[in-house]
Design a protein around this ligand. Sequence first.
Ligand SMILES: *[C@@H]1O[C@H](CO)[C@@H](O)[C@H](O)[C@H]1NC(C)=O
Ligand SMILES: *[C@@H]1O[C@H](CO)[C@@H](O)[C@H](O)[C@H]1NC(C)=O
Ligand SMILES: *[C@@H]1O[C@H](CO)[C@@H](O)[C@H](O)[C@H]1NC(C)=O
Ligand SMILES: *[C@@H]1O[C@H](CO)[C@@H](O)[C@H](O)[C@H]1NC(C)=O
Length: 179
Amino acid sequence: MSRILFIFYGFLAILCLCALVRARVDFTNIKCEAVDPTYNSIRYCYIRAVNRTYKYLSAANHFLSKEPKNNISVGVATLKRANGYKPFLYNVTVDGCKFLRTGGNTLLRFLHGLFHKYSNVNHTCPYTHDIEVNMLPISHIDNLMTNVLPFPRGDYQLVTSWYTYNALRAVVRVFVTLS
Ligand SMILES: *[C@@H]1O[C@H](CO)[C@@H](O)[C@H](O)[C@H]1NC(C)=O
Ligand SMILES: *[C@@H]1O[C@H](CO)[C@@H](O)[C@H](O)[C@H]1NC(C)=O
Ligand SMILES: *[C@@H]1O[C@H](CO)[C@@H](O)[C@H](O)[C@H]1NC(C)=O
Ligand SMILES: *[C@@H]1O[C@H](CO)[C@@H](O)[C@H](O)[C@H]1NC(C)=O
């Protein structure tokens, strides 16, 4: 009897814990901006809700020149909304070519894992082709993010800044709500 009660309370405790920890991730908006139209342009950048459970994100950057890019870095910063968006937790710049060549720390691998299956950012430098993320489902992000990152509920902006040879080329802002 006591054993059954123990299991029952254990189960209850797990349920409560999940209810506390489990947050839903939703993408509310995406904004992509190219800095210098003579170097690159944004071909598309949108979020589409197919139905209540299937929502995805697509974005593509076009380089005007096919010249091989051997020096790509990416800034990743998270902002949280509280009277406007304020810096929150992360703001790192990554040598993208080195990361693709040798891998990086857990955080970087996690960030790459959020999108790489749905993108053509899946080989080492140089890059000559356009950079695309296609039909990245929110459910994929939701699965990876909830219970992993210790983010409180709220509205966030994930700002990624893309550089070649240290020149800023594009800024992609993804607006995320954790509820
Ligand atoms: C949502 O759309 C996807 C893709 O068309 C489909 O596979 C899925 O069954 C739909 N879900 C619901 C609840 O309608
Ligand atoms: C990240 O930090 C850099 C250097 O301090 C700063 O210039 C940049 O604005 C920050 N990024 C964001 C999105 O706040
Ligand atoms: C990289 O992604 C592209 C586009 O999805 C795909 O065609 C290609 O096979 C992938 N390459 C590797 C090495 O996974
Ligand atoms: C990338 O290019 C910038 C500007 O030319 C240079 O300062 C930097 O050292 C390069 N990075 C690597 C890893 O080669």
